[in-house]
Design a binder for this molecule. Structure first.
Ligand code: SME
Length: 157
C-alpha cells in the first residue's frame, strides 16, 4: 500500500486540517506504539519542515528519547529540566518563542530558536511529550498547541 503523504498548502490551520485525517489513516489498524510515533513524527516533519519533531517517553522517572525526525538529540531528560521536563512536571503545553530566554533550556541543536512541547496523557498521567523545535524565532502559537494536542491524543499509548 502506498503511504505517500499529500503535502497541503495554505494557512497553518489549513495545513493541520489536511494533515490530521492522513495521520488518522496512518494510525488506523496499527497498534505498535513505536511505529505510530515514528509515522506521526515523519508526517509532521514532512508537512511543516520543522528542525526537529519527536517524542520523549517517561521511563523510570526520566524522559527517554523516542522516535523522532531531525538532528541527533539528547537521550535522557530529568523531570523539571528543560522545556520537555518542565512540560512533563507541569503537565501542560509550553510554547517557548525564544529558547534563549527559557531558563534551563536544553540545547540539543544550536540551530533551535523556538519550541513547543505537548504532554501526552494516559489515565491522567503524563506518559510522553511531543517536542517540536524550529530554527525560526516565535514560530509556535495557540494554533499549533490546539492541533498538536489533538494529534498527540490520536496516538494510542
Ligand atoms: N530543547 C529541549 C530538549 C530536547 S531537544 O530540543 C530535541 C528541552 O529544553 O527540553
Amino acid at each position: 500500500m502506498a503511504e505517500d503523504l499529500e503535502i497541503a498548502k495554505g494557512t497553518k490551520e489549513e495545513q493541520y486540517q489536511a494533515l490530521i485525517p492522513q495521520i488518522e489513516g496512518l494510525l488506523t489498524g496499527e497498534t505498535d506504539l513505536v511505529a505510530n510515533m515514528a509515522n506521526v513524527s515523519a508526517a509532521l516533519k514532512e508537512q511543516f519542515g520543522w528542525l526537529w519533531v519527536g517524542f520523549y517517553l517517561v521511563k523510570e522517572n526520566e524522559l527517554v528519547l523516542g522516535p523522532f525526525q531531525g538532528p541527533v538529540a539528547c537521550t535522557r531528560i530529568k523531570k523539571g529540566r528543560g522545556v520537555c521536563g518542565t512540560s512533563w512536571a507541569e503537565a501542560k503545553t509550553l510554547i517557548v518563542p525564544d529558547v534563549e530566554k527559557f531558563p534551563g533550556h536544553i540545547a540539543c541543536s544550536s540551530m533551535s530558536r523556538s519550541e513547543i512541547v505537548v504532554p501526552v496523557f494516559k489515565n491522567h498521567e503524563v506518559v510522553a511529550v511531543l517536542d517540536v523545535d524550529s530554527e525560526a524565532l516565535g514560530l509556535f502559537d495557540e494554533t499549533d498547541q490546539r492541533y498538536l494536542e489533538q494529534i498527540a491524543r490520536l496516538v494510542n499509548f
